[in-house]
Design a protein around this ligand. Sequence first.
Ligand code: PMP
Length: 400
Amino acid sequence: MTLERPRISARVRAIAESATLKVDARAKALRAEGRPVIGFGAGEPDFPTPAPIVEAAVAACREPRFHRYTPASGLPELKDAIVRKTRRDSAYEIEASQVLVTNGGKHAVYGAFATLLDPGDEVLLPTPYWTTYPEAIGLAGGVPVEVFADETQDFKVTVEQLERARTARTKALLLTSPSNPTGAVFTVEEITAIGAWAVEHGLWVVTDEIYEHLVYDGLATASLPAVCPELRERCIVVNGVAKTYAMTGWRVGWIVGPSDIVAAASNLQSHATSNVGNVSQVAAAAALDGGLEAVAEMKSAFERRRRAIVDLLNDVPGVVCPEPQGAFYAFPSVKGLLGRSHRGVEIATSSELASYILDQADVAAVPGEAFGAPGYLRFSYALGDDALHEGITRIQKLFG
Ligand code: PMP
């Protein structure tokens, strides 16, 4: 008799389906049926990648040395560009040995936790969180410990909350500023205070700065290791070109950290993926060295859309939308619409509400459940102005 073993490992079975991708897939399916779906689901700029970046990639395609394997940890020219970029944008001096180029920011998050965590290690996870974090922590054997901050505290955890959640098993804190899904941005003072607390307790911090350039209202913010030098030995920065340069499909991200951690993470990567596509790496280097003009243009479009979407959402009875200060997401509370019947349909959760809005109004938004925060919806406003107006107006009509 043969022993019946599970077909799929427990580790992989435990991964939750990505709710963001699920909404996106359903929206695309409806669109394929001919329905006029407006998608607020995808977290990606609607602009094409700026032309000079594309041209650099085209030239790289023609170079035989880029048709070959290159160092698993990244092209030296891209690492050097990341060193310069980190100096320019964060006033943080690093060396190329502190950089690992990854297959997007998502892979950087995975590499950071795989390198840091042993089974049972706890990671403090400010909530609402980006969907991927608990999965990346869990895959590495770690335990995500949610620390919730709602809109009454601008979706920002405090040092006191973190301290209450800290235990003898806490190894690291994850910090994301600006935040996906809330758009919250920590001030220089708040970042400095969190860094000082981490130093005091010997904790690591993984700081995801992928939205660093999308900060509005002239708010001053900072990169954690720049304002907290004592933490540099235990700090990993996650970053990438996806959001800043409209390069989501090129798949280039990186981590910056202490060189022993980077060497270990590079070793892992050398067995998992080897080098990131060379053409994409050359494009990323061109993006980083090319200045921030294109970013400024995209940012002013996002800024306009941010004001529009916040006003429109706040006009929907039962919806309360705080003004986000960064990234390109609005994260309104929809609790006022729950526990009631709408057009004869009983709606108890934000997840049911998202399905109802998609079915009735052909508008896709991601339910807060995907971010550990039931009772909210996430709207990405990285879509065209007209579609934005039309989409939220449909929601107004549905509940108005
Ligand atoms: N971090 C955050 C906070 C994000 O929102 C995203 C993209 N949704 C990423 C990292 C990863 O981006 P990418 O893998 O496309 O570089």
